[in-house]
Design a protein around this ligand. Sequence first.
Ligand code: 6PG
Length: 252
Amino acid sequence: MSADVRIYRDRDALSREVAGAIAHRMDETLTATGYFTLSLAGGQTPRTLYRVLATQYRDTISWSRLHLYWGDERYVPQNDPRSNYRLVRESLLDHVPIPGENVHPIPTDFPEAEDAALAYEQMLREWFRSSWPRFDLVLLGMGPDGHTAPLFPGSPALAERSRWVVAARAPVDPRLRLTLTPPVLNAASLVFFLVVGSEKADVLHRVLTAASGPVPYPAAAIRPERCAVVWWVDEHAAQCVPRSGTPTQGRR
Ligand code: 6PG
């Protein structure tokens, strides 16, 4: 399936469109099921999206039917400025009427990160009760080296085929992290990558044109079976994306 690349002027415009797409997808999903499972991205790019959801969609999203999970977490306390949970709490959770029991952060208070990974995996297995979890939507970011979540080039976690959650090492602070594994990310019903900044332009082009099979860019390993990945990118990140032919793309 070819990639679907959507290009916007800047992070604000992109975030407004992604928020609208999430709300729309929720409406569609909730007519068939009772809840919507959303796996959140770490990093700074989605902060604006979370703020848009907390303000422009505060009164329209069915918060009681939304279940929030994290695709990855830095292994730091929840109140640490580097925590992905804290970023979401400050930009979204503190401002919307989502029930506490619908919020499922990755634990970071086990002495061993591997035990925290097992605990989160167990919680997910009890919720999804299937061979692989099928999130309604997975949000991801990408770094200039093509990493996504803490799946950096060469990470052993890229080869994981049975675990749902593992501890992973990052080459940058904080070095210890937890992540959903590639088979989990690839089992999702829909995947959105959010990518902004000219420092990601070259790798974005490489990821979009990478052949299937082992590639040096972890983001290219996210190829869900059931859907196309939607790439929401700003003009700076899209500098090297071909403007015609495949992958399909559109400018907004
Ligand atoms: C993290 C994420 C990481 C992030 C990318 C992009 O916790 O940092 O796991 O994969 O999504 O590094 O980060 P930015 O959005 O900050 O550029």
